[in-house]
Design a protein around this ligand. Structure first.
Ligand SMILES: *Cc1c(COP(=O)(O)O)cnc(C)c1O
Length: 439
């Protein structure tokens, strides 16, 4: 198909996510992708510095993942998961739970990050009900984003993406997070204030609260806001002391982005429920998991069907997704992957830190593992601002896929990215900061 014909058909037939069709630039038709590189229809290369919305873990078109999907497709492509089971699902859960904090072991499959969160919220509420506890409140943290289904939107209400559906959302208590960055001198005071606020809230509502949900260590969609492990430990400890179920949304932080395989391990905390998706299949297929402790699962065991978790999706535990996830896990556990992660973090800490320190337009550099972010200082603010659009355009012209979150520029590259490719990205950022992202 000619590019012009493809774009014409796209314009008339497609509805793209998070896009104001009236003002957005034309989408870029991508013909193929390999490693960290996307190739468009003219053969022009674009460096994918955000892992295609944080999903691609080991690079695009990884042969081991492609082979695993192909082999599995020839054996068993899909089977109903109520009343049936299969080896890819069982093996994946055996291997994953061995990597998670002790106690997390009951794996419930669904299809994406939002449904993983939806499942966790529903499980938590029903676990309390099944146990005869009178707990109906939920707690979330300021800036948290948990997905686009109704429960996930309610938990992520403070992200302000959801004004159009306000009437649909159920009430959730929202508490502050002590966000921090490199060379932040006031962090301890901010942490103490946030924890004091939490204590105060829990004194009043702790006994009525079923569960709390938090993105551990890095809050992604609100602008890669980071907090310290010590703060997360303080939060989790307080919640546990009140018998509140702790849900960690590791849809973005999971699978080694932060160094350890999971943020909960990096921070030394153990939740009651964890949500995984995005990198689960290496980014090749949509799939997610909500993993609960045995104690949560026990609350559902009863002769009555009413106490069962009556929830499921058509493609639950899709064998192709499981096969991709197993292949991705092999790659993740290879020592070469740990080396790549350490190399990327090191590069951020030296080369990117230099660029940010040299520019008066850049502030609040933060780095955890392979994720690096900083804020662009400008009078315009927020999502959909003129600056936001200008930055996207500026980078795309230079063959760089960087998609700012409001004023926050961030890199979240796949593990296969090379130093040379990272340096190209830093050079683009340096140039943009120098000229204010105007061509
Ligand atoms: C992306 C994301 C979600 C939602 O996942 P989808 O697959 O887009 O539904 C939920 N939580 C976090 C932390 C995310 O980054």
């Amino acid at each position: 198909m000619e590019t012009s014909e493809l774009l014409e058909l796209d314009r008339t037939l497609l509805w793209h996510p998070f896009t104001q069709v009236l003002t957005a630039p034309e989408p870029v038709p991508i013909a193929s992708a390999q490693g960290a590189t996307l190739t468009d229809f003219q053969g022009r290369e674009i460096l994918d510095l955000i892992s295609s919305w944080w999903v691609t873990l080991h690079g695009h078109g990884h042969p081991a993942i492609a082979r695993a999907i192909g082999d599995q497709a020839g054996r068993l492509e899909q089977v109903i998961f109520a009343g049936f089971t299969h080896e890819p699902a069982v093996t994946l859960c055996q291997r994953l739970t061995a990597l998670l904090p002790h106690g997390l072991r009951r794996c419930f499959f669904s299809d994406n990050g939002s449904t993983a969160v939806e499942v966790a919220l529903k499980m938590a509420l029903q676990a309390c009900r099944n146990r005869g506890e009178d707990r109906g409140r939920f707690l979330a943290f300021d800036g948290g984003y948990h997905g686009d289904t109704v429960g996930a939107m309610s938990a992520g209400v403070s992200s302000h993406f959801f004004e159009a559906w306000r009437e649909l959302l159920f009430p959730v208590d929202v508490l502050p997070v002590a966000a921090t960055w490199l060379e932040d001198e006031a962090v301890e005071a901010r942490e103490a204030a946030a924890l004091a606020r939490l204590d105060q809230h829990l004194d009043q509502f702790g006994a009525q609260t079923a569960a709390a949900i938090i993105e551990p260590l890095v809050q992604g969609a609100c602008g890669m806001r980071m907090h310290r492990p010590v703060f997360l430990r303080g939060v989790v400890q307080r919640l546990r002391a009140r018998g509140i179920l702790v849900i960690l949304d590791e849809v973005m932080t999971g699978f080694g982005r932060l160094g350890a395989p999971f943020a909960c391990i990096e921070a030394g905390v153990s939740p009651d429920l964890i949500c995984l998706s995005k990198g689960l299949t290496g980014g090749a297929l949509p799939m997610s998991l909500t993993i609960a402790t045995e104690a949560v699962h026990q609350a559902f065991l009863d002769p009555s069907i009413d106490k069962a978790f009556l929830h499921g999706h058509s493609f639950t535990a899709n064998p192709l997704g499981c096969a991709a996830a197993l292949a991705s896990l092999d790659l993740l556990l290879d020592p070469a992957c740990a080396q790549a992660r350490a190399r990327i973090e090191q590069r951020h800490r030296t080369a990117l830190a230099r660029v940010v320190a040299a520019s008066p337009r850049a502030a609040r550099l933060r780095i955890q593992g392979t994720i690096a972010a900083f804020d662009v200082v400008a009078p315009e603010q927020g999502y959909g601002s003129e600056l936001d659009a200008r930055m996207k355009r500026f980078f795309l012209r230079r063959g760089l896929l960087l998609r700012p979150l409001g004023n926050t520029l961030y890199l979240l590259p796949p593990f296969c990215i090379t130093d040379e490719q990272l340096d190209r990205a830093y050079a683009g950022i340096e140039e943009g900061l120098a000229c204010g992202f105007s061509d």
